[in-house]
Design a protein around this ligand. Structure first.
Ligand code: FMN
Length: 367
């Protein structure tokens, strides 16, 4: 891993291919077919939640002090025992070979070069073992609690054997209403993978269960039992209210992950940022909280931390970097995010991530 505290190169003049995230976004759009782009960018229903996830960040403004004496803030932090160069993880997103043939292999290498960690989804285009072998960034394995408990525990053992340190638990009760993908007749099975199933891997019926929703979904009692038997500590993803925060902690969760999956599950649910303070209040100050859904620039990371997250996860931004320029595109995306976060910390008078509190924010009235 790279040295965590770094002097950031903040000059405007650079030989880098991309000077801002905008250029990466534009190249990603050029490189993808309409169907691939829709898979990346779609939400559900009218995509109200997808839009509100980002609009929620616009409802906060920063308060900047004068003469705070900061010139080189420290963006590094430690979350879940991982030393990170800035408070971010790669979010788990499946079917990623639709964006670039090297998928999560390239993402892991880029994450390692920048000094952050990767969450690897069960629906990845490469197997969890191949992704773990590609880089030391692969640290958290995301899987859905569905079907047979024995199969779920066996998959966790595989993740442990491959060197993962946490399981990110997800829940998905029924297929999502994604009209862009319906219009495109898109199937992730039509892309490369998912590679975790099949001969020598996990039973393909687990994949059917994951994608086709043939059996009733689990309840909290089943989830608690699997968490208790799990060979690795579990992070529960999809927490969006105080009640579920408490239920997840009662079930044995080691950390909470506030997310509405980037507006990809059910539309007209609240923006993830809007529910973050209530989840932090319910969890208390010590429980680690990861946040995603709506991060679009480095200053958004500061807002999420100030509202109670310990780190954010990056989904679509990483997919854009991957689609634009493979590993180099992801690395540049991460560098630009870290650099803008660094600049934001400095302007807010914070010399370290720990100094980012609600005091740096104004909340605007909702229009
Ligand atoms: C193309 C795509 C595929 C995704 N696949 C998964 C997945 O397999 N498992 C999962 O837990 N989340 C998945 N997600 C959700 C992301 O992990 C993350 O929660 C989301 O991207 C956050 O929203 P944002 O990217 O708009 O910030 C996916 C997201 C995208 C964009």
């Amino acid at each position: 891993m790279v040295e965590m505290r770094q002097r950031i190169d903040d000059r405007y003049v650079t030989a880098e291919k991309y000077t801002t995230l905008r250029g990466i976004h534009q190249d990603a759009r050029k490189n993808l077919s309409d169907a691939q782009w829709n898979y990346l960018w779609c939400g559900t229903g009218d995509e109200v939640t997808l839009r509100d996830n980002t609009a929620a960040f616009d409802r906060y403004l920063f308060e900047t002090p004068l003469f705070a004496g900061i010139s080189n803030p420290d963006t590094s932090t430690s979350v879940l025992g991982f030393d990170l160069s800035f408070p971010a993880f790669i979010a788990p997103f499946g079917g990623e070979a639709a964006f670039h043939p090297e998928g999560h292999l390239a993402i892991g290498r880029a994450a390692q070069s920048v000094g952050i960690r990767q969450m690897v989804p069960v629906a990845a285009s490469y197997s969890l073992e191949d992704i773990a072998a590609a880089s030391a960034a692969a640290a958290i394995f995301q899987m859905t609690f569905v079907g047979d408990e024995g199969a779920v525990l066996a998959m966790m053992e595989r993740a442990k054997d491959a060197g993962y340190r946490y399981i990110c638990v997800t829940y998905s009760p029924i297929r999502q209403w994604r009209e862009r993908m319906m219009e495109d007749r898109f199937s992730i099975r039509g892309e490369k993978g998912p590679a975790n199933f099949g001969p020598g891997r996990s039973d393909p019926s687990s994949l059917t269960e994951l994608l086709d929703f043939t059996q009733p979904r689990w309840n909290w009692a089943q989830a608690a039992r699997a968490i208790a038997r799990a060979p690795l500590p579990c992070i529960v993803k999809g927490v969006t209210n105080a009640r579920d925060a408490q239920a997840a902690l009662d079930a044995g969760a080691a950390a909470l992950y506030v997310s509405n999956y980037g507006g990809r599950t059910v539309d007209r649910t609240p923006a993830a940022l809007d529910v973050l303070p209530a989840v932090r209040a319910a969890a208390g100050p010590e429980v680690p909280i990861i946040f995603d859904s709506g991060i679009r620039r480095g200053s958004d990371i500061a807002t999420a931390i100030a509202l109670g997250a310990d780190a954010v996860a990056l989904g679509r931004l990483i997919a854009l970097g991957l689609a634009a320029d493979g590993e180099a595109g992801v690395r540049r995306t991460l560098e630009l995010l870290q650099r803008e976060f660094w600049t934001t910390l400095g302007h807010l008078g914070c010399s370290s991530v720990g100094e980012l509190t609600g005091d740096v924010l104004y909340r605007q009235a909702r229009s």
